[in-house]
Design a protein around this ligand. Structure first.
Ligand code: ZN
Length: 291
């Protein structure tokens, strides 16, 4: 979710994702600051290309994912001029067919299987460590991006929320909530839709470090450089080991089962409300939150 923030407009030809190599680190930056880095499909595929490039480059040992501007990401694009949810896209995360000429749940399920759940799973498997560098809003779809990263460094102004229960939907498409935080805290997080700040995220083990906002980039890169000292194969296998442990604790199967509930909610909304989001746009979500 996002709307225009008080930042200068990015020219239309500006790439939605920036890629830069700094030493052993690939810095991948979401670049729609005017829209709080709301994720449209153009950004999703640019992120995928950037991660693929980082995986291929033997000079790169570690990847940092950041967001340009005041916010990491305010979520999926549900209302900017660049929203492209209805358009076809090249499919890379799975074999679901083109959603754009399909109807109802078939269209939604095909699209979200690819661009949301499929892409997040694909990125989580990148065989190099990925660090998220999070400032400002990390909301709804923004959480999905931070959660597929291995380490999270948060600025002291970062905040985290999943308000999509307000749409009648049980959380975002990548339902890792009960794995990235204790289940009772996950319930509170979802039942209230309230923000938690960086300090609270640290207390519950969801982020690794909290640093002053002005030091976010150097402190993240410092940690990345430190990780990069380890041998490539050691890092790849260690990442796989911990990811496998999470999957043995039910993460992979849990994501699949809740993805079905998520789509039950979309379909219910489409049946009884104005649309599959329960008629909620950015303004309505803010109003319900009392913001
Ligand atoms: Zn959805």
């Amino acid at each position: 979710m996002s709307d225009a923030a008080d930042e200068p407009p990015v020219p239309a030809d500006e790439p939605p994702v920036l890629y830069e190599r700094r030493g052993a680190c690939a810095l991948v930056t979401m670049n729609r600051p005017r829209y709080r880095n709301a994720q449209n499909s153009a950004m999703t595929y640019a992120l995928d290309a950037a991660f693929y490039r980082a995986a291929e480059d033997d000079q790169v040992s570690v990847v940092v994912l950041a967001g340009a501007g005041q916010h990491f990401s305010a979520g999926h694009d549900i209302g900017t001029p660049g929203r492209d949810a209805h358009l076809p896209f090249e499919r890379r995360a799975g074999l679901w067919w083109d959603h754009s000429d399909k109807q109802g749940a078939e269209s939604r399920y095909a699209r979200e299987s690819e661009v949301y759940l499929g892409m997040c799973r694909r990125w989580r498997e990148l065989p190099k460590p990925v660090l998220a560098s999070v400032q400002g809003a990390c909301v709804a779809g923004g959480l999905m991006l931070a959660w597929v990263c291995d380490l999270i460094v948060a600025a002291d102004d970062a905040f985290f929320a999943d308000p999509v229960v307000r749409m009648g939907i049980p959380g975002v498409e990548y339902f890792a909530h009960p794995w990235v935080m204790p289940p009772r805290i996950a319930k509170e997080f979802l039942f209230t839709g309230d923000r938690i700040d960086a300090r609270r995220a640290y207390e519950i083990g969801m982020v690794n470090r909290v640093v002053p906002r002005a030091e976010l980039e150097p402190r993240t890169l410092e940690l990345a450089e430190r990780v990069a000292q380890m041998p490539r194969m050691g890092l790849a296998l260690t990442k796989r080991a911990v990811n496998q442990a999470e999957d043995l604790q039910g993460l992979h199967a849990g994501l699949d089962s809740v993805f079905g509930l998520h789509h039950l909610a979309h379909a219910h909304n489409a049946e009884v409300a104005a649309d599959s989001l329960g008629g909620m746009d950015v303004a309505a979500m803010k109003k319900q939150a009392g913001a």
